[in-house]
Write a protein that binds this ligand. Sequence first.
Ligand code: CP3
Length: 348
Amino acid sequence: MSTSTSSPFLAACRRQPSTHTPVWIMRQAGRYLPEYREVREKVDFLTLTKTPELAAEVTLQPIRRFGMDAAILFSDIMTPLEGMGVDLEFAPGPVIARPIRNAAAVTALRPFEAEESVPFVLEAIRILRHELPTSAPLIGFAGAPFTLFCYVVEGGGSKTFSTAKAFLFGDSAAAVSLLEKLADMTAAYLRAQAEAGAQALMLFDSWAGLLGPLDYRRFALPVVTRVLDRLGTVDRPIIYFPNQGATLLADVTTLAVDVVGIDWRTPLSVARATLGSAKAIQGNLDPAALFAPAAELERRIDRVLEEAGPAPGHIFNLGHGIERTTDPDQVARLVDHVHERTAVGGAA
Ligand code: CP3
């Protein structure tokens, strides 16, 4: 559908050279932007995600203001779970009043039908494909099964997700059944997003780093593979982000994904050495660098670019989501600096 030559982002996903290093930012639409807060004064977060015109509008806000090289659909990893019968609120993080903690609750989950459960997401994607410039392809996304598992079992956010891990280790058969149901939903959800027009797909495994390598290999990796197998015929670049995944990268290498997102704790040169040349990388400026003076911010951006090296296949991003107290002018500085510093025939 879309050609990578018109988009530095799609070119980098395929490890092809482009006119500059593409840049976008995790959580680029959100509360650090005054224009987002203005929309949020009128509607709550769930209503915002369920109103296609508004979701499209806030997706476009950072593209208009900063000129990023990719847009990410405004939604949440938790959004599709309601379609499986999981209750959901945001306060401001996800809250599930009736968490899934036993085999009976797993069995009671409904199979997910994208057109029925998330028509508003598919409509937002269609609107965005009309409104976005070709220079900013649209990324669709989903939570990876283990990360969704953490929330639906724990019932909300946590530093340790002890209840979720207790279920995983204590009743592994029921836990694996839940992980597989989440994987099947995720594959159907991503496929529907691609069919509606999403040009790349990202899987957020925000809590992968809660598992040691043996448990990651036993519980989390097979269900990511299951999602990818089920997506087999969907021809879109896939980005996988195993947050705090430094010790997991050797296993991640085995996944059939195009791009691996690297959090800010792992130098990109180390990630490249482990992942080899068959995968592009995305990342990984510490979000706190945006609170440093301009010169220090630029030095830190240059360091990330040096770590990534000269080979094609680097998408510049933060090493995790942007903080809500970030000054938007610092984001403008970041996007402009990456573009200027890496322009072919420019200062790089
Ligand atoms: O701009 C974008 O990146 C697209 C939109 C997006 C949101 N959430 C919007 C959002 C994306 C890609 C997500 C993914 C998401 N959601 C993840 C994976 C990424 C990561 O951070 O590791 C996770 C773990 C969630 C779950 C979630 N949703 C949390 C923990 C929170 C609370 C965040 C906070 O800072 O308080 C949310 C709510 C949420 N999702 C907000 C936004 C903009 C804040 C809601 C508001 O406007 O009040």
